[in-house]
Write a protein that binds this ligand. Sequence first.
Ligand code: PLP
Length: 395
Amino acid sequence: MASVSAVPAPDASAPSLKVSEADCSTNGRAGCISSFKAADSVIELAPRREPKPDLTNLVFGTVFTDHMLTIEWTSSGGWQKPHIGPFRNLSIHPACSALHYAIQLFEGMKAYRGPDNVLRLFRPLLNMKRMLKSAERACLPSFDVEELLECIRRLVQVDQDWVPQSDSASLYIRPTFLGTEPSLGVKKPSRALLYVILSPVGSYFSTGAKPVSLWADPKYIRAWRGGTGDCKLGGNYGASIYPQYEAVDFGCQQVLWLYGEDHQITEVGTMNLFLYWVNEHGEEELATPPLDGVILPGITRQSILELTRKWGVFKVSERYLTMADLRCALKEDRVKEMFGSGTACVVCPVGRVLYQGENLLIPCLGDCPPLASRLLKELTDIQYGRTPNDWAYLV
Ligand SMILES: Cc1ncc(COP(=O)(O)O)c(C=O)c1O
């Protein structure tokens, strides 16, 4: 028989996560006041627990924990109580607007177990705010970001045994938000479902960091100004699979997404992109494209910018970079490193770019070059609690 119980309040020493009204940008269409409340959560424990998988050969996103969080919304009744219950299949109307018109969005974040056995999330409020922004773009209802974070904290606490005991594995958290309108009309949904599932993931680089090869061809565009590329809508990702297979056909691992007549470098696969080089003015610079509507505002990207600006050892810029800039800098031996950044890998060195039939070789000393290595270490030390930092949010 399933039981219902309450989860204790968060550790009072956890950092304050107050959100100002200005953070809840809603473009005047929806308020951030009307929301579910974590304190109303109902917890129904699963009658049996699944065995934990062997993390060494785990394929990403194939194994899920015992529980999930679901919160339903209707335009007439508002948000229902958050429910943490056994992991289960969803029952969805065949006309559901998420299935027909891709009214769907998601987030990706992780829970880490430190050597002190404490569970931490990494800057999770930034994921919540990005999710709220995606919801607004998808015409889904708004919610209080702190309340959702607290619901997620409770879910992770219920499934805490699933957070791997490891200094490189983690528990992936997948918040998802669907329009569940049971009609074929192309309109703002009057019903929605927000849910969160959890999946243990092994080490991204099980045999150490390996530089990736990229295929750069302007014929496919991931995002455009006025589009949805700066939000985490599922449709962006479904549409990226075909080019990804073409990259593999050309002997490359991932797509380097270009944009515009001048072939601006935007992102790589599902990561933000950084170029560490001596720029055209002779300055040592770490550069990444600006958030101008075609770039997903990555939490890792923001953290790398903030960390390196604090180091103050080279110029840090959000600026446009084109393939011509890269090709010229390579010819003049000005490129030091190039890497992707994201929650999955933290940083991922780039070793080669195939562009217009030419293989551009990026310097990649010892597979994970010095700047990428330093960032990987500093960020994972914070995530796993080896370096105390207020970016860590205690579960
Ligand atoms: C398109 C895209 N760019 C960048 C990122 C990196 O974002 P983050 O650092 O928040 O994981 C992601 C992953 O969410 C992504 O899907």
